[in-house]
Design a binder for this molecule. Structure first.
Ligand code: ADP
Ligand code: MG
Length: 472
């Protein structure tokens, strides 16, 4: 359990609140019940003592004691009703003492009340004392100059049992309330935070390719709505600056294209001039090479700007990958021939995918170009296309220079070129694989590169098979 989690804190806070309210309410009810029960006993016994004082005692004052006993037993039947009655004359002489109760819960002879001088007069009220689970009430009254102490008592075991039962009910109630508070709290917190979850889910879907998408609209009129609006406004601003940046690089590459083309054609014309000496001719050749590289970079940058602007999969045509691979590589065969590299193509059966044919061709061109570029003379490149587990697979395998394990994680980064490669060939921009991966991802595919330095490289691309492939 994470104590810092908002779930835990809210559920804990909510439960604490409900449980505290229940405890306060329970304590208050318990005390009210206790007061009420004892007040009830007090008023009942005050009335009974008054009855003895006013009606029973005066009529027996002068008469025999056995008459008084009989009368008291007839009215109160103390033994049967488990009550205690004692009448003392002048604080010493026992005029009457009830017999042992039926339930044997106390022994009348052993019950001692509060010290005689502390007992109040009946006119002032009744004193009470708890003696061994028996609640005894009593007061002094004067009759014909003789002071009598009337004591009456009752075992409070039953009252205590009622109160105990009530406490047990409260404890059980507390446990039930706690469980309900936790469950209901969890449910309420989940419900209250569901807009946050909606924001999170929609934020997760916003990627580099769809920055124009916005977070879920939350109309709750609370801080969560403000948060979603503020985040959306922030996304607007980011989107704006993102678009500005990509528009800038697209515009810049576009603007650079024309002057570069002019320089290139001028240089080419100049190179044809027969009057140039060998050295100048040679220098012009290397300038032209650099211009070509510069043009390649500008083309790639323009390509990336367009891909990032959503052109990585502008169309969704049905493409026969096998056919496309064959025709594209046939057109590039010359590159391999120049280096005496043998090319084998295993793409006999049709494999259909859905996508933008120009972009998929760009992937094949870039990968084949790499395979040939990074494979020495008399090397071998094998290109295979097949369908496997619901995916169209394109594999390019070469036995070229390979990529070191250190460089492998970076080859998809923009402008990254392995050091060895960088020094051995000036051709290349380091943007090819980035473009390849962007196109693959836009087509719902994945790319995997495996390589052993000095032995060769295998690039594997998996794209979703077109559904109608089965019917072809
Ligand atoms: N088939 C391959 N064999 C060896 N190295 C490769 C291969 N393909 C890619 N690489 C490495 O990955 C780097 C990035 O490739 P890429 O983005 O196509 O850039 P470029 O081809 O312009 O150098 C290359 O510079 C090279 O170091
Ligand atoms: Mg390349």
């Amino acid at each position: 359990m994470n104590v810092h989690s908002i779930y835990t804190r809210l559920i804990f806070g909510y439960t604490l609140l409900v449980v505290s309210a229940f405890i306060i309410f329970g304590t208050y009810t318990y005390q009210s019940l206790q007061t009420h029960l004892y007040a009830e006993i007090y008023s009942t016994f005050s009335r009974r003592i008054d009855h003895i004082r006013h009606d029973v005692l005066p009529s027996f004052d002068k008469k025999n004691i056995s008459g008084l006993s009989a009368q008291l037993e007839q009215i109160f039947s103390p033994e049967d009703s488990n009550r205690f009655i004692k009448i003392l004359k002048e604080g010493k002489e026992v005029v009457y003492l009830s017999g042992p109760p039926q339930d044997r819960s106390f022994s009348p002879g052993s019950i001692s009340f509060i010290p005689y001088h502390l007992v109040s007069n009946c006119e002032q009220g009744v004193s009470s004392n708890l003696y061994d689970n028996v609640l005894v009430f009593g007061c002094k009254t004067e009759l014909n100059s003789v002071t009598y102490l009337i004591e009456m008592g009752v075992p409070i075991v039953e009252t205590k049992r009622v109160l105990q039962q009530f406490v047990i009910t409260l404890i059980v109630g507390l446990a039930v309330v706690t469980v309900i508070a936790i469950i209901a709290g969890g449910f309420l917190v989940k419900l209250a935070l569901s807009p946050v979850e909606a924001i999170r889910a929609s934020a997760e879907k916003i990627t580099y390719g769809n920055v124009s998408q916005r977070l879920a609209e939350i109309n709750t009129g609370d801080p969560i709505e403000h948060l979603s609006k503020t985040l959306n406004q922030m996304l607007d601003r980011l989107d704006q600056s993102y678009q500005n940046a990509s528009r800038f690089s697209s515009d810049a590459s576009h603007e650079l294209r024309t002057p570069l083309a002019i320089i290139r054609s001028d240089l080419e014309t100049l190179q044809k001039d027969k009057s140039l000496n060998f050295e100048t001719h040679d220098r012009l050749g290397s300038i032209l090479e650099e211009i070509e590289r510069l043009s390649a970079i500008v083309e790639s940058l323009l390509s990336i700007a367009r891909l990032e602007a959503g052109e990585a999969k502008a169309k969704n045509e049905v493409i026969n990958l096998s056919e496309l691979v064959q025709s594209t590589i046939e057109q590039m065969q010359l590159l391999a021939d120049e280096k005496n590299i043998s090319v084998a193509i295993n793409a006999s059966s049709p494999v259909l995918i859905g996508g933008d044919v120009a972009r998929i061709r760009q992937v094949i061109v870039n990968l084949f170009d790499n395979a040939v570029k990074y494979t020495p003379q008399f090397g071998k490149v094998v290109v295979s296309v097949f369908a496997e587990a619901g995916a169209a697979v394109l594999v390019l395998k070469d036995n070229g220079v390979g990529i070191s394990a250190d460089a492998l994680p970076y080859i998809f980064e923009r402008f990254y070129r392995a050091d060895k490669v960088r020094s051995s060939t000036s051709q290349g921009t380091g943007l090819g694989l980035y473009i390849v991966r962007t196109i693959c991802q836009a087509h719902g595919g994945v790319i995997d590169v495996q390589s052993i330095e000095g032995q060769g490289t295998q690039v594997k691309i998996e794209l979703p098979l077109q559904k109608s492939a089965a019917s072809v």
